[in-house]
Write a protein that binds this ligand. Structure first.
Ligand SMILES: C[S@@+](CC[C@H](N)C(=O)[O-])C[C@H]1O[C@@H](n2cnc3c(N)ncnc32)[C@H](O)[C@@H]1O
Length: 559
């Protein structure tokens, strides 16, 4: 059977991609490679573990394409071709989680975007369930929605570790290697529920067996039953298989990557830059449940006190940010906030304080002319605009038209559009063609996003080591371009949401060598000293500051 090689494109930046659509992605994949439909159907209808006839390892993506093609060609992925119907036996959150996981891993949907959709999204989700599994379940209630977020986020984060457990519980490696994607997702959910959520184990087994039988076939249910029961026995006797951290650096990194569920290349990089202990702390942070920060939109006259009144009214527990006046932190209650329409009405935004502190480094003042070079979807543009009190201007540039449209619409919603204009352009061309010089230029550059892995559960699996090399080159070019827009005496702020020195200190160092007309203005006048490095840069560290990782350098132009 021929393998599919479909790389899901991910933007080289931290922000969400808003136009992902499962079926469209599937169609894209279909158009990439032809496939053998008869074989696909036979794969879906055969026993729990389809026989491995080829030597090549089948990736889950290979099977996903097959599954989805079956779906799109027949209108139902139900292998027995049963009419679509309500299945009240299957728990809704498991069915939705399994289908969401398929969409994320195979269709390129983004985990956090799906989690943010809130009430109403349950109907769409059920549509996906029906199209993928061939039946509906009862509707999701609030508890189900919370469970879906928890299970989907956790299962993605822990994927490597969960697969390690599943593999070690399979009789043969080929059983795991050739497992069809939906069956694998159901097993991952079950293993995550038993091992990480510590849910009542035999209920978890029964529920996931029921899902596998209904969504696939009885043989698949038997397989889930066998594997999960073995897992429960091992868990109860405290003898889950775990790789030993021993041998040379590479072997140790491999073991740690499995235990803490991260790509090996990242672990090796962090062991080199941070040492083993700090690398482990960072991975533990990335695997923990993040809290979120909300910024009250003062540009619209909605203060933090107003926000707090709303949170108290909806009984959402909060804490004040110790660093930024407009921000509060919440650990739970995001669904309530979404349902109450606070985001939709533009009264507040979800923004990490680490990003807010980058704006503090820019230090926007009423009357400033500002260029935001890589602006979309606009988190920092809008926060800067709210500080201009209607005086001054921000030119928001981005190469991505769709994201820039979102920025423009949000600026109107936030009532700061009088100071924001947008320019759809490649910064490198824009800088060549525009000779106007500005007071302040922010370059929030495309980066690996290695500082935001706790919030972006799927990002770790979408990044490759090669991205780092490509990014360095782009970051240098964008820095050169951004510097052309700064007036003499003006400010250039370079920022990333990465903790990687290659993207941060090294890029700034190389820039200063190429541009002796710039020098560092230490960040300690702009952010609390705990965030200021010995070189005068702003740097937030997830483990040390309990924020996302971010970096910025404030550079002044002398001539
Ligand atoms: C890190 S994101 C920016 C996030 C944004 N500053 C915010 O706070 O919401 C990087 C952005 O750079 C844009 N970008 C990438 N290459 C670009 C280029 N050559 N010119 C202009 N924008 C570019 C991407 O489209 C993406 O929106």
């Amino acid at each position: 059977m021929e393998a599919f090689h479909c790389r899901v494109n991910t933007p080289l930046c931290n922000s969400n991609n808003y136009n992902t659509n499962f079926l469209a992605s599937m169609q894209r994949m279909i158009s990439v490679q032809p496939c053998n439909y008869a074989r696909l159907l036979s794969v879906s209808c055969s026993s729990a573990a389809p026989p491995a006839k080829n030597n090549k390892r089948r990736t889950s993506r290979d099977y996903s394409a097959k599954t989805s093609i079956t779906t799109s060609r027949t209108g139902s992925s139900n292998p027995a071709g049963k009419p679509q119907k309500l299945n009240s036996e299957v728990s809704p959150h498991r069915a939705v989680s399994a289908v969401r996981l398929m969409r994320i891993e195979l269709g390129g949907a983004f985990a956090d975007l799906l989690n943010d959709q809130g009430k109403g999204s349950g109907d769409n989700e059920m549509g996906y369930v029906e199209r993928t599994l061939g039946f509906r379940t009862r509707n999701l209630d609030d508890r189900d929605l919370r469970l879906v977020s928890e299970i989907v986020g956790g299962t993605i984060r822990w994927r490597k570790y969960l697969d390690h457990l599943i593999l070690s519980l399979c009789h043969e490696e080929s059983t795991f290697r050739d497992m069809e994607p939906l069956l694998l997702q159901i097993l991952r959910i079950g293993v995550y529920e038993v091992v990480k959520l510590e849910m009542p184990p035999y209920a978890v087994v029964d529920e996931n067996v029921r899902l596998a039988k209904a969504a696939l076939r009885p043989g698949a249910g038997n397989m889930v039953n066998g594997i999960l029961r073995k897992l429960v026995v091992l868990k109860e006797s405290n003898s889950l298989p775990s790789p030993k951290v021993e041998g040379d650096d590479r072997q140790q990194a491999r073991a740690l990557a499995t235990i803490h569920s991260h790509p090996v290349w990242m672990v090796r990089r962090w062991m080199k830059h941070l040492g083993q202990e700090k690398a482990i702390e960072l991975m533990m942070w990335n695997n923990s449940n993040p809290y979120f920060s909300l910024r009250a939109n003062t540009g619209k006259g909605f203060t933090r006190a107003d926000l707090v009144t709303q949170l108290e009214m909806f009984k959402v527990p909060y804490e004040f940010s110790p660093h930024l006046d407009d921000f509060v932190r919440i650990r739970t209650g995001m669904q309530v906030i979404i349902q109450a329409g606070l985001l939709r009405k533009g009264l507040c935004s979800v923004q990490d304080e680490s990003a807010g502190l980058v704006v503090s480094v820019v230090d926007p003042r009423p009357g400033d002319t500002i260029v935001d070079c890589c602006a979309a979807p606009g988190g920092k543009t809008l926060f800067m605009a709210s500080q201009l009190s209607g005086q001054g201007s921000i030119c928001a540039i981005d190469i991505n038209k769709g994201r820039l449209r979102i920025l423009k619409e949000t600026a109107e919603l936030h009532e700061v559009d009088s100071v924001v204009t947008t320019a759809h352009a490649d910064l490198r061309t824009f800088a060549d063609e525009n000779c106007a010089k500005s007071d302040k230029v922010l370059l929030d550059t495309p980066c690996s996003g290695l500082g935001v892995l706790s919030k972006r559960a799927d990002l770790r699996w979408n990044r490759r080591l090669e991205d780092m090399k490509e990014l360095k080159h782009l970051q240098d070019e964008l820095l050169d371009a951004a510097s052309m827009l700064v007036k003499i005496g003006g400010v250039l702020v370079y920022s990333t949401c990465s903790i990687d020195p290659d993207e941060n200190e090294e890029r700034v160092g190389a820039f200063l060598q190429r541009h002796p007309e710039f020098y560092v203005d230490p960040a300690d006048g702009y952010v609390p000293s705990t965030f200021v490095t010995e070189n005068g840069f702003y740097s937030s560290n997830p483990v040390e500051h309990s924020l996302d990782g971010a970096f910025s350098a404030r550079l002044l132009r002398s001539r």
